[in-house]
Design a protein around this ligand. Sequence first.
Ligand SMILES: *[C@@H]1O[C@H](CO)[C@@H](O)[C@H](O)[C@H]1NC(C)=O
Ligand SMILES: *[C@@H]1O[C@H](CO)[C@@H](O)[C@H](O)[C@H]1NC(C)=O
Ligand SMILES: *[C@@H]1O[C@H](CO)[C@@H](O)[C@H](O)[C@H]1NC(C)=O
Ligand SMILES: *[C@@H]1O[C@H](CO)[C@@H](O)[C@H](O)[C@H]1NC(C)=O
Length: 183
Amino acid sequence: LNLLCTLVFGVDAVKTVTVMEGDSVTLQTETELQTDDVIMWQFEDEKTPIATINSGTESFFTFDVPDGRFRDRLKLDHQTGSLTITNTTTKHAGRYQVRTKIIYRFSVTVYARLPAPVITSNTSQNPSSSYCSLVCSVVNVSHVTLSWYKGNSLLSSISTTHLNNTQLCPACSGISEVILMIE
Ligand SMILES: *[C@@H]1O[C@H](CO)[C@@H](O)[C@H](O)[C@H]1NC(C)=O
Ligand SMILES: *[C@@H]1O[C@H](CO)[C@@H](O)[C@H](O)[C@H]1NC(C)=O
Ligand SMILES: *[C@@H]1O[C@H](CO)[C@@H](O)[C@H](O)[C@H]1NC(C)=O
Ligand SMILES: *[C@@H]1O[C@H](CO)[C@@H](O)[C@H](O)[C@H]1NC(C)=O
């Protein structure tokens, strides 16, 4: 039975988690710690863990990485082993995994609080024409995806490594949201 569970849960499933910069994010193990559990949280390819739990000795530790990005930001749930990162920055985006008897993988995306994109509309002066456009411009951001939404539907998505130029959106009526995402 153990082997079967390992096979079922051990598949390479990655849970995608998103968070707005400055907010907290919790990576849920969705389990209850057993008395003999030893748990290790890892970030990206860091050799040393960022958190460890030994239920048997009731030891709960969090660790930083050399560049200090996790300093005072990690919290462990003593019941489940879930890891919370507080006051996130875009440096916390990346792959996380927790090893217990099985491995849970997470992919964390941090939405940056960017300077608000400037959106201007350009309606044709000619009343017989239905021409209209919206122009979205942002400055000084890199590695972003610009997405136009109308209601909940995605109209277009543009990925560029340097988006300080002007982008034209495909349609203007009912544009509800512009989402910029750091990758
Ligand atoms: C959150 O982190 C920023 C640096 O990224 C820091 O300036 C700020 O003081 C932190 N806020 C809290 C509430 O810890
Ligand atoms: C508005 O659209 C017209 C026609 O395409 C163009 O010539 C003009 O530069 C646009 N104005 C702005 C502010 O984008
Ligand atoms: C954009 O970056 C340049 C160079 O880093 C800086 O001089 C300029 O003030 C920035 N502009 C804005 C709007 O932040
Ligand atoms: C973006 O801005 C930088 C510096 O402000 C400039 O060197 C670069 O040419 C700009 N790129 C585009 C596509 O406008």
